[in-house]
Write a protein that binds this ligand. Sequence first.
Ligand SMILES: Cc1cc2nc3c(=O)[nH]c(=O)nc-3n(C[C@H](O)[C@H](O)[C@H](O)COP(=O)(O)OP(=O)(O)OC[C@H]3O[C@@H](n4cnc5c(N)ncnc54)[C@H](O)[C@@H]3O)c2cc1C
Ligand code: FES
Length: 293
Amino acid sequence: MSFKVVNKLILAKDIKRLDILAPNIARKFQPGHYVSVCPEEGDERVPLSVIDADPVKGTISLIFLEEGQTTTKLGTVAIGESVFSVLGPLGVPARIEKTGTVVCIATGIWTAQILPICRGYRKTGNKVIGIIGAKTKKTLMLEAQMRLSCNTIYMTTNDGSYERRGLATDVLREFISKNEVNLVYAIGSADMMQAVCGLTRDKNIPTRVQLSPVMVDCMGMCGSCRVKVGGKTVLACIDGPEFDGHKVDFEDFHIRIKSFEELDEWRSRKSQLNPKKNESKTLTKFLSDFLKN
Ligand SMILES: Cc1cc2nc3c(=O)[nH]c(=O)nc-3n(C[C@H](O)[C@H](O)[C@H](O)COP(=O)(O)OP(=O)(O)OC[C@H]3O[C@@H](n4cnc5c(N)ncnc54)[C@H](O)[C@@H]3O)c2cc1C
Ligand code: FES
């Protein structure tokens, strides 16, 4: 099967959007789904959220930050060329129902992942308040699309170069102190989602988050994406990525992320010492080899 790239856009420095022909996935897509993408045979697979799908054209849209080897390679695929494989749709779709006023909050690249969630809640008849944040005006993403998908949006930049200076969570704190909110949906770094849950727990507002631990096989087999939710160990790739934010053990989540970062550091230090042997290994390739041995 050919997963042809039919459109490509550069959204900001190191951030690209690819529209890929994947009719079977486009037909089944629901907000919250992700896919596992392999740019070329033999490359590692990376999990990426499906941002949009067109079942008539048979296309899905992915928006990604060129963070490391695989996403950078994916960013080089040109219109008319194909990626080797796109597996999905994966994960449990977001639980979208009519609840009333829903605040959707995201920062940085995670703004792309909140977009289908905002659309889903709006389509279901909710009042959707979007709060998006970035470090600077240049890195604030998808303003026009968010405006179309939300009833109201608030934007923050850390340096004050656009709209309000400060953090997205500053706006959330203010908003929930003055308005009745029925649900908060947050996607961002572990620190950001933990901060959101701290604010909403005090006000008793149900809160959902999307966790992005390192996923190797995305099939529930390798255990790399284990997270603790409600005192139980679950797998983010098949049981999530959406969870009840108030039940997530963020302390454990931080420890797991940190341990993978340390593995990553160890791997890159090893490759500096012995570049020929390890230079092509990306984090998940390293982990899948590690788990096999
Ligand atoms: C369910 C899910 C949905 C995601 N959706 C998006 C998205 O829509 N757009 C986007 O830009 N990014 C998304 N990500 C993150 C994306 O998967 C990683 O940025 C990507 O895997 C990095 O791979 P790399 O080889 O380019 O970089 P590497 O150099 O291998 O890694 C760079 C950093 O990315 C993280 N990472 C690496 N491999 C994985 C992995 N297999 N799973 C998760 N994190 C990893 C680690 O923190 C690592 O330190 C998502 C992650 C998950 C789990
Ligand atoms: S990614 Fe392997 S179990 Fe979830």
